[in-house]
Design a protein around this ligand. Sequence first.
Ligand SMILES: Cc1cc2nc3c(=O)[nH]c(=O)nc-3n(C[C@H](O)[C@H](O)[C@H](O)COP(=O)(O)OP(=O)(O)OC[C@H]3O[C@@H](n4cnc5c(N)ncnc54)[C@H](O)[C@@H]3O)c2cc1C
Length: 219
Amino acid sequence: METEIKTFPAQLVERRWLSQKTFEITFSKPASYDIRAGQRIRIYYQALERDYTPVSAPQDPEITFCIRKVDAGQFTPVLSTAEIGAQFAISGPDGYFTFKPSPRPPVFVATGTGIAPFCAMVRAGAAGFTLLHGVDDPHELYYRSEFEFAADRYIPCISDKNPSYSEYFRGRVTDYLEQHLSAAQYDFYLCGRREMIREVTWLVDEKYPGSLIYSEMFF
Ligand SMILES: Cc1cc2nc3c(=O)[nH]c(=O)nc-3n(C[C@H](O)[C@H](O)[C@H](O)COP(=O)(O)OP(=O)(O)OC[C@H]3O[C@@H](n4cnc5c(N)ncnc54)[C@H](O)[C@@H]3O)c2cc1C
C-alpha cells in the first residue's frame, strides 16, 4: 500500500539573484513545520517536483533556498521566473544530513549550491569545522562572510585557472585534500555533485581510514 505524502501550501515571498546563475528564493513556512538544519524539502509546482535543502535556519519564520538555474532544466526555470505570490506546495522535511558533533574534527566539503546545508547548519549554531567550497569562480562563494566567521578553516577551491584568482587555492576540493589535509580521523560531510562525492569517498578510504562520511548528492 502506498503512503500518501502530506503536502503544505507555500507561497513564493521573495527572489534575490546572488550571481548570473544562482538565486535565493523564499517561501512562506507552514505552521508547525519542524525542520533540522541540513534536511531537505520537496517543492511541487503543477506536475513537477524537486528536492532542495534550505539555507535558512530552522527557527526562521520563512524558508529560503539557494538554487542554481539549469538552463536546460525543467524546474529551475520555473522557480527563477514565477511571480512573487505564486502558490507552490512543499512536503517533508526529510533526510539525515544533519550535523552530529563527535570527538573527530568535522570537515564539510561542498561543490556549488551544495553549500546550502552547511549554511543552515552555521545559522543553527555549528562552528569549529573545516569547510572546503569548490566553485568555478570566486563570485560563487555564497555566504562567505558567515563561513569565515564560524569555521576554523574556510577554504575556497577555485577550479578556474585564471591567474587573477591567485589569492585562492586553485584546484578541486580533492586536490586540496590530497595536498593539504593531514592524515587523521575526521567526520566528513559531503554535499553536491555525484563525482565529487565519489572521488572524496575514495580518497577518504585511502588517506583517512577510520573517518566517517555523511553525504547528500544533489545531482
Ligand atoms: C536532496 C537534494 C537537495 C538538493 N538541494 C538543492 C539546492 O539546495 N540547490 C540546488 O540548486 N539544487 C539542489 N538540488 C538539485 C535539484 O533537486 C534539481 O535537480 C536541480 O535544481 C535541477 O532541476 P531542474 O528541473 O531545473 O533540472 P532537471 O530537468 O532535473 O535536470 C536537467 C539536467 O541538469 C543537471 N543538473 C541538476 N542540477 C544541476 C546543477 N546544480 N548544476 C548543473 N547541472 C545540474 C541534471 O543532472 C540533468 O542532467 C538538490 C537535489 C537533491 C537530491
